[in-house]
Design a protein around this ligand. Structure first.
Ligand SMILES: Cc1ncc(COP(=O)(O)O)c(C=O)c1O
Length: 371
């Protein structure tokens, strides 16, 4: 029997719960970076009052959600494509845009390369460097885009994760505009994954400048809006590009509850403000606690997670494994190209949960302890 390839993503509380014979709710998950305040209370109300929709197919045009998103960003609904999470859109983009060779900046989210592989294309890589705290190398990216070639072969475009996962780094809107200009001039696609940009709105290209024809911005309702189980993401682009992308998606891929919940979540400005304020404060408090752990280096972040380098002599794999056995999931980043073997990504969760992580991880860093 063919073996099912294990997911390398964070957030798999189900597998760990099975391994430990526990309830998934008992797993403390720092490996997926979801708003620790949870979804807006409006979401629950909207779901309850839309129960009757379960007896129907969802709206294949996601019309109410696209209209709400268009009003939110002050754009035309024809520029928006909604997918079953931004992952579905990442998967469809190489086929929709006929991208055969894509530039990626590592360390970054693995699905870009995975999607290129599924589309029988390939990626070529630039690296952000540890010595610069993994700052996005804008000048080198521009050079590559200017030539339209990398490693001696032509490229069709690039994907930039902004803010980037797992490093937390983000470039400015001015940087993005410059990249968009070069990409436009060279006829290259520029895909900007803004799945975590709700946490740094002033670094988002959406809503700030008009998008060039070759730019596609991806957004997710998973992280900031805390709807990972409902699977809703969207792409914003020129309408012709949106049409190409839409044609690559299967019908009804976004559930009725996902659409209803996303509309309700977008509408709750109070929860949005509270979530941002909470993250600003707790992220800094957590950073100070992490930085005080012996030998740990905490990278700067614009998102709701930290890339942390464990002390010399420790490995991400070992510490991740030991926390797992205690029902705590963190993201081992040692296999992410460009990250070293001591790199882990930690979500910022509630104050109580963050303190528990500090308590759990501290003894593991001091001595090797019982396995
Ligand atoms: C950078 C980045 N983009 C996109 C996604 C996919 O998010 P979703 O499919 O839940 O919208 C993830 C998920 O971890 C991510 O980290």
């Amino acid at each position: 029997m063919a073996r099912v390839k294990k997911s390398t993503h964070g957030g798999n509380i189900y597998r760990l719960a099975r391994e430990l014979d526990r309830d998934p709710d008992d797993i403390l998950d720092f490996s997926a970076s979801i708003n620790p305040l949870g979804p807006s209370p409006h979401v629950w109300k909207a779901i309850v009052s839309s129960r009757h929709l379960l007896g129907h197919y969802p709206d294949p045009d996601c019309w109410d959600l696209r209209r709400a998103l268009a009003a939110f960003w002050r754009i035309d609904p024809v520029q928006i494509v909604v997918g079953n999470g931004s992952t579905e859109l990442i998967d469809a983009l190489p086929r929709a845009l006929k991208i055969q060779r894509l530039l990626v900046v590592q360390p970054t989210f693995s699905e870009y390369a995975a999607a290129m592989g599924r589309a029988e294309g390939s990626t070529t890589t630039l690296y952000a460097h540890r010595r610069n705290h993994y700052a996005i190398p804008i000048d080198r990216i521009k050079q590559v885009l200017e030539t339209g070639r990398s490693d001696g072969r032509s490229i069709d475009g690039m994907v930039l994760c902004n803010p980037n996962s797992p490093t937390g780094q983000a470039c400015t809107v001015e940087d993005l505009v410059q990249l968009a200009k070069v990409a436009h001039r060279r006829g290259l696609w520029l895909i900007i994954d803004e799945s975590f940009a709700d946490y740094c709105p002033d670094r988002s290209i959406l809503g700030q400048v008009e998008l060039q024809a070759h730019v596609i911005v991806l957004r997710s309702m998973t992280k900031f809006y805390a709807l990972p189980g409902l699977r809703v993401g969207y792409a914003v682009s020129a309408s012709a590009t949106a049409g190409r992308l839409q044609r690559q998606l299967p019908p009804w891929s976004v559930s009725a509850m996902g659409q209803v919940a996303a509309v309700a979540a977008l509408d709750d400005e109070v929860h949005t403000r509270r979530s941002l304020q909470f993250m600003t404060e707790e992220r800094e408090r957590f950073r100070m606690k992490l930085a005080a752990l012996p030998g740990c280096t905490v990278m700067p972040t614009y998102a709701n997670y930290y890339l942390v380098e464990l002390p010399r002599g420790r490995t991400a794999r070992d510490i991740t494994g030991r926390l797992r056995r205690r029902g705590v999931l963190i993201r081992d980043c040692s296999s992410v190209p460009g990250a070293n073997s001591r790199s882990v990504r930690l979500a910022v969760r509630t104050r109580i949960e963050n303190d528990r992580l500090i308590r759990e991880i501290s003894p593991l860093l001091l001595n090797r302890g019982p396995r």
